[in-house]
Ligand binder design. Structure first.
Ligand SMILES: [Zn+2]
Length: 121
């Protein structure tokens, strides 16, 4: 995918299209007292507020696929983690955004290593 210079524009467009809010603010995590382990290469969604909070990514494709994953969490609240990754990728495809194989592989790894926020390690 070559459009990643425009991640912010894409996320703003999608947020408008699907009726969600997006927070992209690195200070958010620092102010919340979070550890980098909790917000690097990770994003979050607050379903009740239809809000997506984008973590910090070095790779823009990872950022964007994570955005679509969180979007799917909001649009399909009954889906499990795996279904949500799959649906997020489908939503992206419906919007002409196709991820590279490396990014899809990373998404599968995220899915396989997922632990719910309150689970004990
Ligand atoms: Zn998830």
């Amino acid at each position: 995918m070559r459009t990643f210079k425009f991640n912010r524009e894409i996320m703003a467009l999608m947020a408008n299209r699907y009726g969600v809010h997006v927070i992209i603010n690195r200070d958010y995590f620092i102010e919340a007292g979070m550890h980098p382990d909790d917000f690097v290469d990770r994003s979050f969604s607050i379903k009740a507020d239809r809000t997506i909070i984008i973590g910090i990514y070095n790779n823009p494709e990872k950022e964007l696929i994570s955005f679509f994953h969180e979007l799917a969490h909001i649009l399909y609240p009954d889906y499990n983690e795996r279904e949500t990754w799959r649906e997020g990728i489908k939503i992206a495809e419906r919007n002409q955004l196709i991820f590279d194989a490396d990014t899809l592989k990373w998404a599968i790894e995220q899915c396989d290593s997922y632990k719910p926020p309150n689970s004990k390690k």
